[in-house]
Design a protein. Structure first.
Length: 111
């Protein structure tokens, strides 16, 4: 009985526990989320967004606005990379966009 309790406790405290699996759009499958999180911190994306829109910067993420599909999100991250001369690789752009997808946009996976 103790082993079962330990197994249940491990499942409940595992990363993502309690969240239903969500289908990921094809554009973000295989993206390195840890890399995306690191790059967002390293390049201070939230600070730039705060300067642009105020508040905590999250107002820049408007799923119903200009960014209405996964490809548009990838393009917008690339625009930031070019304008700010970040020299991000395609897999970096995908990783950042995948984190934004997970945390803000939540586009449904296409069939």
């Amino acid at each position: 009985m103790a082993t079962l309790a330990a197994a249940v406790a491990a499942l409940l405290t595992a990363p993502g526990a309690g969240r239903a699996e969500v289908a990921v759009p094809a554009e973000f499958r295989g993206a390195d989320l840890a890399l995306g999180e690191q790059l967002l911190r390293e390049h201070r994306c939230a600070e730039c967004h705060t300067r642009l829109v105020g508040g905590d910067g999250s107002g820049i993420y408007r799923p119903k606005g200009r960014i209405g599909r996964p490809a548009a999100l990838l393009s917008m991250v690339e625009v930031c990379s070019v304008e700010l001369k970040l020299q991000l690789f395609p897999e970096d752009i995908q990783a950042i966009a995948a984190v934004l997808q997970r945390d803000h946009y939540r586009f449904p996976a296409s069939p």
